[in-house]
Structures are given as C-alpha cells and as structure tokens.
Design a protein around this ligand. Structure first.
Ligand code: SF4
Ligand code: SF4
Length: 214
C-alpha cells in the first residue's frame, strides 16, 4: 500500500508529497543559509589562530634585553630612532649667535601653551642673535609639553629643534621648567667653547670651572 503510494501517488497523497518535498527543499536552502552566516565566524577563528601562532613562535625566540643605563652586552645604554623627539635644543648659527629671533611663532603654535618668551633688542655692545631681537627669556614647561614638534615646525630660523634628551624625571615639578641656558646648544669650538679644555691639556689638569654656555 505504502509502496504504491510512493511509486504512483494517488490524487489524495500527491499534495501531501508535494508539501513534504517543498519542506525538505526549504530545509536544504536554510542549511546553506546557515553556512553563509557561519563563514565570517570561521574566518575570525582562522585569523585568531594565525595571530596566536605568531605569539607562540615569539615565545620560543631568545629574549632581547636592553641594559640601560649600564650593563653588559652590545645593547648597553639607550638607543634612539632617528626621529625621536626628546628635550629641545636652542641652536646657534655658525658664528655662535643664537638662532632664535624672538618671533613668538613657536609659542603661538604650541597646543599646550608651555613656551614662555621675553624678547629683547640686540645692541652693538650686546649682540646675542643675528637679527634685531633675541630671546632674553625662553622657558619650556615640560610639565605640559607633549613633544608634538609643532614648535619645531613653526620656527622660521630652525632655532628650536628636538634633541635626544629623555631623562627628565624629577621629584620637583618646578625643575621641569627648563630655561634657555639649559637648552642652548654649546658654542662652536672656534668660539672658545674648548679653550679651557685646551689649556687644561697644556697645564695637565682638569678645568677649574666650566665656561657658561659651553
Ligand atoms: S613640542 Fe609641542 S607641546 Fe612641546 S613645546 Fe613644542 S609645540 Fe609645545
Ligand atoms: S624658537 Fe624660532 S619660532 Fe620660537 S621665538 Fe625663536 S625664532 Fe621664533
């Protein structure tokens, strides 16, 4: 009876069989839909497995230790990238004069408002920079500086640059207000920066005191 119904369905059984066929085909379509939904999940699992494989490979690599400031090995001391932005340096020109002309552009560009400048006029007797004015006072408050480099970008005379100084930590916040004298580049040797050292070589002793600004 059942075989006859499947092999040659009667008119009463045909709608039932059609309904079953439609239901089953819909289930197949749905299962393909589930596969499509699950594909991003599979991709995410593959990405995590790939990432973890790199982690596990790194776990078995030799450990790299930078010995700072002392210690053994070739990595002793601090190493810097070429574009590292450390404490600022106020540059001098080839004649030893300060490059800063007190134009205040760096202070205007500073987003932290941490540059304080007082300008003064150069005179014949007291020439500090190559222009009309120079910075009598030039302070940078490293409590607020974010080392963004905007002051360096803004300077028309390349007077202010970033050096590699990074040991700025202190227990007293007022020590972080750096004055011009702390940031000025040393005088060129032909301006007398090494006079005392040369004399010390002659005398055979250490210099009694440093020359200010050298
Ligand atoms: S590096 Fe940025 S925050 Fe620091 S003094 Fe220059 S402009 Fe201001
Ligand atoms: S450091 Fe440069 S931008 Fe700033 S006041 Fe001096 S010359 Fe002007």
């Amino acid at each position: 009876m059942g075989t006859a119904a499947i092999g040659c369905p009667s008119s009463a059984a045909r709608p039932l069989l059609i309904a079953i066929w439609r239901l089953s085909s819909r289930r197949i379509r749905t299962s393909f839909g589930i596969l499509n939904i699950d594909m991003p999940v599979l991709k995410n699992i593959a990405a995590i497995a790939k990432g973890m494989s790199i982690t596990f490979m790194e776990m078995f690599q030799p450990t790299t230790v930078e010995n700072y400031p002392d210690g053994k090995g070739p990595l002793k001391g601090a190493r810097f990238e070429a574009r590292f932005r450390g404490a600022h340096v106020l540059q001098r020109d080839e004649n030893g004069l300060e490059k800063c002309v007190a134009c205040f552009l760096c202070a205007a560009a500073c987003p932290s408002n941490c540059i304080y400048i007082e300008a003064a006029e150069n005179t014949t007797e007291n020439r500090v920079s190559g222009a009309e004015r120079y910075a009598k006072v030039y302070n940078i408050d490293y409590n607020r500086c974010i080392f963004c480099g905007y002051c360096v970008e803004a300077c028309p005379t390349d007077a202010i640059t970033h050096g590699h100084g990074f040991e700025l930590a202190t227990f007293n916040a007022s020590n972080l207000v750096y004055r011009k004298e702390q940031m000025l580049a040393p005088r060129p040797a032909h301006m007398g920066a090494n006079v005392i050292f040369n004399q010390a070589d002659v005398d055979g002793g250490a210099p009694a005191q440093m020359v200010p600004g050298s």
